[in-house]
Write a protein that binds this ligand. Sequence first.
Ligand code: ADP
Ligand code: MG
Length: 464
Amino acid sequence: MQLSPKDAWKRILDEARRELTEQAVGTWLSPAEPLSFDGAHLVLGLPDEFAVKWNEAKHSAILAKIAEVVLGQSVAVSFRVPDDRLQRPQIDFFVAPPPEPISAPIRTTQSPLPLNERYTFDSFVIGKSNELAAAAAYAVAEAPGRTYNPLFIYGGTGLGKTHLMQAIAHAVVRKNPSTRVTYVGAEHFINEVIEGIHGRTMPDLRRRYRSEIDLFLVDDVHFLEGKEATQEEFFHTFNTLYESQKQIVLTSDRAPKEMPGLEDRLVSRFGWGMVADVGMPDLEHRIAILRKKQEQDHLETTIPDDVLTFIAEHVYSNVRELEGSIIKLLLYASLRHREISVDLAREALADRIRPSQATADDRPKALPSIDKVQDVVARRWGVTPEGLRSKARIKSLTVPRQIAMYLAREVLNMQLVEIGQAFGGRDHSTVIHSVDKVQRQLARDRGFRDRVDSARVELTSSAV
Ligand code: ADP
Ligand code: MG
């Protein structure tokens, strides 16, 4: 007896839940509606063309395998947008290049900060490290306020959070030019609230943030940590916009749950929609990003391919640094009137590339090991090296651990991922956060700086 489309899909989906992540199933497969099944071919309906492409690329093959197991015969699984849905506007960014370049400046109405024209979907290169965040951003841009609200994007510095967030705004405004977009950094919002309280202009601030916005982009919400008055204000702004189905997009350097200085009610709201991270791009992805920049800035003839690959191999901390390397190289070459080559790149970027990856003869004296860094920091901060490598989150360990991570990065030039591994298998974004935190404190705390410096001196002078 032939199964109905619904029953066939149910069996496959039940098994898919075991094979795929909850997020993949929830986001991409649960919304599918079985349209037809003839024993050999199951057709599933999806709300938009983007979801169709995504599922075809990511899930068709695995679903066919699952179908073979649970239905006992080989079944092709395909996706399409049902005819009645096709009447609705479709997302076209992924499928076709955007129809016309952005000509008029983006209307951001009263947005406190302008959008960067370059931060579009078109210039954003998708890879493994950001595909979920990018997919969610596309989905949000297609149906603001209706798919994932809020969209929360988190990850280390320079990994494309602001770019992706602004790309949503560009896409939404392109489709619907009357959309009122407000893009604001959390720090700016904090200052406005402080001014509002002192200058008694809160009613004005509330009006601007609660009733004049269709798309609300708040960058770097981790700055809200510990700012109680601002969190209170933000909470009400969030609720008002959310209740009137306005789209909210947030970025942070950490996941909502990892922000202890944030009120629980905000943490929980931040997780209501979609939480997606952006990570470090792998080599292939870095090459693709550099190629995109090369193409955008018409540098194909100026920067040869082997130089691009060289940069991608050696600069891996984040995308901003990759871009910075190109600029630095261009400047270096132009000041010296030299052609760009791998040798020149090695020279120009000497401060950014790992010594162990430079050529043997210009390698400086041997570096201490990560164990040595952990030993020195542990001894100087009165903890054990095992403690530094453990998962324990007590304050007496967190600070020296962050310092040791910072020194591993600075003195050993280790990759973030390697550092994470050496410290109990932590995520690279945790390492970025630690290094950032130490850098910030070094900049403002003299005693701290002296203490870290003397650890650094011990490490570099005792290197064997
Ligand atoms: P973040 O907000 O995460 O610190 P940004 O969005 O400011 O990072 O990105 C830093 C720089 O790197 C920007 O110039 C941005 O255009 C670029 N960038 C980041 N990720 C990508 C990507 N996937 N494709 C193209 N450019 C990227
Ligand atoms: Mg940013």
